[in-house]
Structure formats: structure tokens, C-alpha cells
Design a protein around this ligand. Structure first.
Ligand SMILES: Cc1cc2nc3c(=O)[nH]c(=O)nc-3n(C[C@H](O)[C@H](O)[C@H](O)COP(=O)(O)OP(=O)(O)OC[C@H]3O[C@@H](n4cnc5c(N)ncnc54)[C@H](O)[C@@H]3O)c2cc1C
Length: 373
């Protein structure tokens, strides 16, 4: 065990802090300590000397001053999803914002003020009550804090920019325990750093974002291909996206197929290319936007393979699987035509389609109607 790991804070050392602190203070061995130090990456196993579960910005100030006076290492936890586990430290003070959940939407100015401990699902739920949203992550359980400070990529980014393009202001506690409101006018340099520079510019206790009308219904869903088809599918995507409407969000994932019900069991845990498609515009237009992609043999017209499905929302699919069976994304580059579907030579079938059978190719694609929350 290293020197820092051995740091122990006795009751008398934290008595003063405890008297001023509204949230919870947890030391090793105390109830809730092990749960609070756990983060998304299960391989991270660090032991802070103290976990300060803050109830508000004043608690954050108290915790920062406490650590500063004792020269203790500080880590900051938002949603706890940073893979490197920077939210939790050995032997120092972990300042945990995950109890700070307030969100106040102003539908008039289309803005939201959001506390630093919110997850994206929680913020989306608050803004969707007004039919509004901002660009957040594609996974609902990431924290708004770490994601925003890192830039923020999400389904809406082609239409509305990155998360930081919608960031208007940050409430910050600095390393010397001061509280600042940071925006483009008051603190331009600091604001610039916060818009994508990661952590370490201070502790963000609240964020203000610009909102946009989105939903409550969007079209969307994941589509998967066997990894062997990835080069062909990605080539088509490369050609398609420069002309695609901004409302169409596409996220690419190279991963093992998840063992979920919408993926046939024989494909579970096999390497796949996944595209998560979201149409966040007018629904009728979304339907029309699919048509040219189908004509061009785009990924949405889907080769066979692991299949695709829901997962993106709770609303029943409409139009899912409605495509006529036809050949695949990689079609245009193949010199041969498909033995089964006899697609014309100008759009012959892909190797994937030949392998899996064209009659199945369109049927599993789910361009679904999904609720945005
Ligand atoms: C499953 C998964 C899906 C993801 N999807 C996306 C995605 O769609 N788009 C995308 O852009 N990124 C995505 N990411 C990356 C994610 O945005 C980063 O890991 C981000 O840092 C997570 O933020 P957090 O608040 O959950 O994490 P934390 O681990 O709590 O924090 C991350 C970093 O930010 C610091 N920090 C946290 N809160 C504050 C605060 N209030 N003030 C100052 N510093 C703070 C922490 O100290 C740490 O260094 C994903 C990650 C995972 C694991």
C-alpha cells in the first residue's frame, strides 16, 4: 500500500467539516463508502480517505477548502463514467456531485440550468417535458459533467452541434474555494478551457445549456453487420453522409454484438459493425430521407447478418422491417450479381448478402419510432 493510500482521517479531523456540511461524509468502513467509491469501470478499485457527497455548491466549497488546507489529493465525481477512473482517488478526498440533481428549464428562453450530478437521462427527462433537448451522449447513464467538459458527442450533433456548442455558462468552484459564474463574457479564457478541455479547471457545480425543439418522438434504432462487411458499409456511409440532412444522426460502433433479445443468439458476442441512426426532425421527412438511401444501397437498406432491432426506444416500432428484400450496402462495388435476388448489375449484391441470403436482408432493420426519453 502506498503512502497516499494509507491516509486516515480521524473523526476529530473531520468534525469541523461535518458541522458545516449538508451532504454525507464517508470514510473507509462506513456504510455506503464502498458503493460510493464504485465507478462505471469495474476494474477501478481506489480508496479515498474521505468521500464528500455534496448536497450543493456550498458543500463543494467546504470540501475543496478542507482538502486544500491539508494538502490532500482531490478527485471529482460526476456520473463516474470516465474509463480511466479519474473520478476516484487513493488516499485523498473524492468530491462526489452525484446527489446534486436539480434541473430548471426555462421554456421561454429555451435554456436549462442543470446541477453537476445529473445523468443525461435525468436531464433529458426534465427538458422533454417541454419538448426540448440539447446534444447529450448516446448512452443515458453517462454524467452531464464529464461529458460536457470533454466536448460532448451525441445523436443531435449534426443538427445542433456538440454539447459544448450549446453550453452557455458554468458555475465553478475554483481550486482556492471561490465560486464563479463562467461564461463567454465574464471569463472568456476559462470558458474556452471548460468547453472541451476536460476536468481540472475547477469543479463545475451547474451548467446552463441552450435547448432546441426535439421529439417527443424521433425515428431511430441500431443496425448491425458482421465485421467482415464493415469496410463496405463504411465506404457507403462516407459517400452518403456529406449530402445527408443534418437531422440524421449516425453513430458508429465496432464492438461485440450485445447479448440482447433483438440480436439473434447465434450472433451474440461476435464482432460487428453497428450504426445507431437517429432522425431528429420532421417524422414524414424522416421517412422520405430513407428513400434515397435505400435506392443507393445505403447501410439503412442493410445487408444481412446479425440483424438489427429496437433498443433505442420504448414506443412500438412503426414501419420496422417494411423494406423490400434487396441487396446490400457494399453492392455497388461488387462485380457480380446476387444469385438469390437477381439484383441488377448496377447494384449487385454484396458478399454478405450472398452469404446470408437476400430475402432476409431488409427485414431486420428497424428504423423505429422512439420516444426521446
Ligand atoms: C458507456 C459510455 C458511453 C459513453 N458515451 C459517450 C457519448 O455518447 N458521447 C460522449 O461525448 N462521450 C461518451 N462517453 C465518454 C464520457 O463522456 C466520458 O467518460 C465522461 O468523462 C463521463 O463523464 P462522467 O461525469 O460520467 O464521468 P466522471 O468519471 O464522473 O468524470 C469524468 C472526468 O470529469 C471530471 N469531472 C466530473 N465531474 C466534474 C465536475 N462537476 N467538475 C469538474 N470536473 C468533473 C472527473 O474528475 C473526471 O476526470 C461514454 C463513456 C461511457 C463509459
Amino acid at each position: 500500500m502506498s503512502m497516499v493510500e494509507a491516509t486516515v482521517l480521524g473523526s476529530e479531523q473531520i468534525a469541523g467539516l461535518r458541522a458545516r456540511f449538508r451532504g454525507a461524509l464517508l470514510r473507509p468502513g462506513e456504510e455506503g463508502y464502498d458503493e460510493a467509491r464504485r465507478v462505471w469501470n469495474g476494474a477501478i478499485d481506489r480508496h479515498p480517505a474521505l468521500i464528500a457527497r455534496c448536497a450543493g455548491a456550498d458543500d463543494v466549497v467546504e470540501a475543496v477548502r478542507f482538502a486544500r488546507e491539508r494538502g490532500l489529493l482531490v478527485s471529482v465525481r460526476g456520473g463516474g463514467h470516465a474509463v480511466a477512473g479519474h473520478a476516484v482517488c487513493d488516499g485523498g478526498v473524492m468530491i462526489d456531485l452525484s446527489l446534486m440533481k436539480a434541473a430548471r428549464v426555462d421554456p421561454g428562453t429555451r435554456t436549462v440550468r442543470a446541477a453537476g450530478g445529473l445523468l443525461w437521462s435525468e436531464l433529458d427527462r426534465a427538458t422533454q417535458r417541454f419538448g426540448l433537448a440539447t446534444t447529450g451522449g448516446i448512452i443515458s447513464h453517462t454524467g452531464i459533467a464529464g461529458l460536457t467538459l470533454g466536448g460532448g458527442l451525441g445523436h443531435l450533433m449534426r443538427k445542433h452541434g456538440l454539447t459544448v456548442d450549446n453550453l452557455l455558462a458554468v458555475d465553478l468552484v475554483t481550486a482556492d474555494g471561490r465560486r464563479l459564474r463562467v461564461d463567454a463574457e465574464t471569463e472568456p479564457e476559462l470558458f474556452w478551457g471548460l468547453r472541451g478541455g476536460g476536468g481540472n479547471f475547477g469543479i463545475a457545480t451547474a451548467f446552463e445549456y441552450r435547448l432546441h425543439p426535439v421529439g417527443p418522438i424521433v425515428l431511430g434504432g441500431p443496425v448491425f453487420w458482421p465485421i467482415a462487411d464493415a469496410p463496405a458499409v463504411l465506404r457507403v456511409l462516407r459517400d452518403l453522409m456529406p449530402d445527408a440532412p443534418d437531422e440524421l444522426g449516425v453513430t458508429i460502433a465496432l464492438r461485440l454484438a450485445p447479448p440482447t433479445p433483438f440480436v439473434p443468439p447465434e450472433h451474440h458476442s461476435k464482432p460487428v459493425l453497428g450504426l445507431v441512426l437517429v432522425w431528429a426532425g420532421d417524422l414524414a421527412e424522416g421517412g422520405r430521407a430513407r428513400a434515397p438511401r435505400r435506392r443507393r444501397g445505403a447501410p439503412g437498406a442493410a445487408p444481412g447478418g446479425p440483424g438489427a432491432g429496437a433498443g433505442a426506444g420504448r414506443a412500438p416500432a412503426r414501419g420496422a422491417g417494411a423494406r423490400a428484400p434487396r441487396c446490400a450496402a457494399s453492392a455497388r462495388r461488387s462485380p457480380t450479381s446476387c444469385a438469390r435476388c437477381r439484383t441488377s448489375s448496377s447494384n449487385p449484391c454484396s458478399t454478405a448478402a450472398r452469404r446470408t441470403g437476400c430475402t432476409t436482408t431488409g427485414s431486420r432493420i428497424a428504423f423505429r419510432r422512439s420516444r426521446t426519453t
